[in-house]
Design a protein around this ligand. Structure first.
Ligand code: THG
Length: 369
């Protein structure tokens, strides 16, 4: 097969750490928020086992931060969010589906309340900047909205606390899940949250001074050696098993938060108002026609997928495979699929054509355990 490389022009942004990724032998990239995101170094399977046992350093600068500050910042944030943020606290992170007027998902960011009138939206892969600017403009809100130049490093895995304690001091162990605080390294302060796109535990470091960030990167690798730290990246197998959804892959602007199992993040009481509330009330009343579920497929290998049709024994389309990866744990391919509601029950069997071959599989709950 002919090999292509990707042109790293201004439009396809590198990160402050791209040079380090290449030094450590990055094996592939994807594009996320118009920026390079590594997909593996040696192999996704090897890195899956390593992530579950040790600790990895991820360059997740693609999780771009949109800052919203000013007098009307809460009003704007709440109008975009179906989750009730009226009682949001400073120093906390919130996983929030952003929805449009039709109740469809625009993005599923982590929102950090930094100060009373200052929020940072750590976005998944869609242009939230323009959505926010459009709304703020039409409501004439008193806000500033911009993409910050912050780069993010994630330290993920069971040994992440050991590494972080060495660099940032023992107080880091008091940081609770989905909280953030400020910690010193080398005379500079870093905002650090206990969060990350894996189920193995870990931290995310938000870096404003990109030059210092490189020094930090090298020190994390150096100090992490005794804990077997390795450069890594969000791992397809681990995140599918753990049901960490990927916007643009598992769901997009044709899906609503009920269909994606986000029920606990949807507020329909009268206390707050947001753009998609009427639509979501309507959807709740009518019920959903499709549902995001886990799947297991009886094959041992799968390459990157488009959206594959899942078929019943009469060849009716009963669902769509949206992400998939071979799982060493289950010794078969696991995936995330949008199923027609009627066929979304666990144990539902299906057929799927992959690599020109018919395979069988079945629906399961998320996370896949
Ligand atoms: N960290 C930060 N920003 C991000 C991501 C991240 N932006 C893009 C993308 N990831 C957003 N998507 C998610 C999806 C899931 C989670 C975080 C971000 C997550 N979910 C937990 C879970 O499902 O178990 C907890 C959810 C909760 O308790 O509310 O962590 O990873 N900075």
């Amino acid at each position: 097969m002919k090999k292509f490389s990707i042109a790293k022009t201004r439009r396809l942004r590198s990160t402050p750490f791209t040079s380090r990724l290449e030094k450590y032998g990055v094996g592939g990239y994807t594009v996320y928020n118009h920026m390079l995101l590594p997909t593996f170094f040696k192999s996704v399977e090897e890195e899956y086992e390593h992530l579950k046992n040790y600790v990895q350093l991820w360059d997740v600068s693609v999780q771009r931060q949109i800052e919203v500050n000013g007098k009307d910042s809460y009003k704007l944030i709440q109008l975009m969010s179906c989750r009730d943020l009226s009682k949001a606290k400073i120093n906390k992170c919130y996983y929030v589906p952003l929805v449009d007027k039709d109740g469809n998902i625009v993005n599923d960011p982590l929102i950090l309340k930094v100060q009373e009138n200052k929020w940072r939206i750590c976005i998944a892969d869609s242009d939230v900047l323009f959505f926010a600017k459009g709304i703020a403009g039409s409501f004439n809100f008193d806000v500033n909205i911009f993409e910050t130049n912050i780069a993010t490093l994630a330290i993920q895995g069971p040994k992440s606390e050991n590494v972080m304690k060495k660099l940032f001091g023992k107080n880091i162990k008091n940081l609770k899940f989905f909280n953030f605080d400020y910690f010193d390294f080398n005379g500079s302060k870093y905002m650090i949250s206990k969060s990350g796109f894996s189920k193995q535990g870990g931290y995310e470091i938000y870096i404003e001074n990109l030059k210092e960030g490189l020094v930090l990167y090298d020190n994390l690798i150096l100090e992490g050696k005794e804990f077997n730290i390795k450069p890594g990246c969000p791992n397809a197998i681990e995140r599918i098993e753990g049901a960490l959804l990927s916007y643009g892959n598992d769901m997009d602007n044709n899906d609503n938060p009920f269909e994606c199992g986000f029920d606990k993040y949807i507020s329909l009481d009268n206390g707050i108002n947001y753009l998609g509330k009427k639509a979501l009330l309507n959807i709740k009343q009518k019920g959903i026609k499709k549902k995001l579920m886990g799947v297991k497929i009886d094959i041992k290998e799968i390459d990157l997928i488009k959206e594959e049709n899942l078929l019943d024994h009469k060849e009716n389309v009963i669902g769509f495979l949206r992400s998939a990866a071979f799982s060493p744990k289950f010794n078969k391919v696991v995936g995330i699929a949008m199923m027609v509601s009627k066929y979304s029950n666990p144990s539902q069997k299906f057929k799927v054509i992959i690599n020109n071959k018919i395979s069988t599989g079945e629906v399961c709950n998320l996370p896949i355990i």
